[in-house]
Design a protein around this ligand. Structure first.
Ligand code: GLN
Length: 544
């Protein structure tokens, strides 16, 4: 029997609903249950693939190639599970399915209505995820905040599910308690109002997770209990923390797991306690590490601001953290603008100060020449370098220009009509772009990569076949592969089905690895990705 927990946000966005959902999952895992999580995004986009990362934040890619919300990444990192298309619902996906069904006469000639047909489709999808994953608990995080128009149909779906399965559905409200500076006191009223909004949608939360700057005191818990109609034990204090990985530990301390199990009348299966023990040890490491490992991220960052950047590259940042903690180091990430290197090439010398340099995924020509300068510096000055997708393509261009001597070597992404495109569009992609079919048409998700023995990558992975996730339209142009290899470029990984180059390396370098895929998506807090791990190891060596 599956249990469904809807997680709904109150008061305002940006209070860490995704992390809270992932953390609820983690503590239920620690009680011995199988958990999956679904993200419901109320936007009309079918997926996140066509959205600008500066507006949307990171576009995460699942193994089956769905371009989705970064929260799916948070779920994967916390639950240590690989999720699929079934874990992601948007308004666009729901409407698209209903309209297609209507066109195929699958509603038997009746009038198709927003209510109940749209919520029913959402329910169908939630139950399908339950069936496929065979999870004991399905967590459903409803995007947005209660009281807004956008997510109403999903709240309606939640209400209908509770009506049909009263014993198996639970509502958790994640709310925010502000502490206005002038008053200096934690205020509960916005939370009370959020509950009223929920009540209007026919939903009464059983548990309230109270996010705030500080832990909740007894009077506050009591007030929320009385005015919001929940047991005092079900008001969970969730103060700001240093690291997101602390949140499951805090939830456990507040006995959130026990409260949830109690509501469903389920026992705790003792065998899995060790899950949280390991997590607690990680949190201890995170809080105690002092010695830094300094990583530079080179990109086009003007007019964005650090917060947006961190949001757009969250998986890369987390992967760096996981690998650094593995070596008991404190990760220090700095954002460096590639455009500065275009205006002032000597500025790249600042890269010497870092343990390692990353050029992450990206699109478009702006800043590309500066990134190439940074890559050249890393190659010649023997600074550990990790290139991710775009960072691999630019590394190939750099090598082609400066080592092989191919003048004006470039990418078809920048100049489709120029010569010497050492990086070019994949043949099957040409048609798609011509027909303006942009949505979900990149080379996406898991593909096999065969690793060459004796390479740095093989030393990292310690195996020959790996699956890694992709998101790109361009690749190393096969016409140039022979000459590049002849001049010393190491092709360390190839897709065995289509013979596409997936990893390149440089010889006689402490660490120069660049991948066409995105290893960052598969890094886990307790299991850093092998390539990130070896990159950080090399970085630490460089310093000493
Ligand atoms: N713009 C490049 C491509 O489409 C790289 C994409 C990326 O870095 N994810 O191939």
């Amino acid at each position: 029997m599956t249990r469904y927990i809807f997680v709904i946000g109150g008061v305002m966005s940006g209070i860490g609903k995704g992390i809270a959902t992932a953390s609820i999952g983690k503590i239920l895992q620690s009680k011995g249950y199988k958990v999956t999580a679904i993200k419901v995004d109320p936007y009309v986009n079918v997926d996140a693939g066509t959205m600008n990362p500066i507006e949307h934040g990171e576009i995460f890619v699942t193994k089956d190639g769905v371009e989705c919300d970064q929260d799916i990444g948070n779920y994967e990192r916390f639950l240590d599970e690989e999720l699929t298309t079934n874990n992601y619902i948007t308004t666009g996906r729901v409407y698209q399915a209903v309209i297609n069904r209507e066109r195929n006469l699958e509603y038997g000639g009746r009038c198709v209505e927003v209510v109940p047909d749209i919520p029913n489709e959402a329910i169908y999808r939630i139950k399908k995820a339950a069936r496929i994953t065979k999870a004991d608990f399905v967590l459903i995080e409803i995007g947005g905040t209660v009281g807004e128009y956008q997510n109403m149909l999903f709240l309606e779906a939640a209400r209908m599910m509770k009506l049909h399965h009263p014993q198996n559905v639970l509502f958790i409200l994640i709310s925010y308690l502000p502490v206005p500076e002038t008053i200096g006191e934690m205020k509960t009223k916005p939370t009370q109002q959020a509950v009223k909004w929920l009540n209007m949608a026919g939903i009464q939360p059983s548990i309230i997770i109270a996010r705030s700057k500080f832990p909740l005191d007894y009077p506050r818990k009591k007030k929320i209990s009385v005015f919001c109609n929940v047991d005092q034990k079900d008001v969970i204090s969730s103060p700001d923390v240093e690291s997101i990985y602390e949140i499951p530990v805090n939830f456990a301390r507040e006995r959130l797991g026990d409260r949830i199990l109690h509501k469903f009348g389920l026992p705790s299966k003792k065998s899995s306690r060790s899950v949280l023990k390991k997590w607690e040890r990680l949190v201890k490491t995170i809080k105690s590490v002092k010695e830094p490992v300094k990583i530079a991220m080179v990109g086009k960052y003007f007019e964005t601001g650090e917060f947006t950047l961190m949001d757009s590259y969250i998986s890369v940042i987390e992967a760096i953290k996981h690998a650094s903690w593995y070596f008991k180091r404190k990760p220090e990430i700095q954002w460096l603008s590639a455009e500065v290197y275009e205006k002032n090439p000597r500025a790249v010398r600042e890269l010497r100060e870092f343990n390692g340099v990353i050029v992450p995924g990206g699109f478009g020509y702006r800043g590309a020449e500066g990134k190439i300068k940074a890559i050249e510096f890393c190659r010649t000055e023997k600074i550990p370098y990790l290139g991710l997708c775009f960072g691999m393509q630019l590394a190939v261009i750099e090598f082609a220009r400066h080592v092989v001597g191919i003048k004006g070597a470039t990418s078809g992404e920048f100049f489709p009509n120029k010569k010497n495109k050492v990086i070019d569009i994949m043949p099957d992609q040409k048609v798609l772009l011509r027909e303006k079919r942009y949505g979900a048409t990149m080379r996406l998700g898991d593909y096999l990569c065969k690793i060459k023995r004796g390479t740095t990558s093989f030393k990292a992975y310690k195996k020959e076949l790996v699956l890694e996730r992709h998101r790109h339209r361009y690749e190393l142009n096969d016409d140039f592969r022979e000459i590049l290899e002849k001049k010393g470029l190491v092709v360390a990984g190839v897709n065995p089905e289509r013979n596409l180059v997936e990893i390149i390396e440089h010889k006689d370098h402490p660490f120069f690895v660049a991948t066409q895929f995105h290893p960052e998506y598969k890094s886990r807090p307790l299991r850093p990705h092998p390539l990130f791990r070896e990159f950080i190891r090399a970085g630490i060596k460089k310093r000493s």
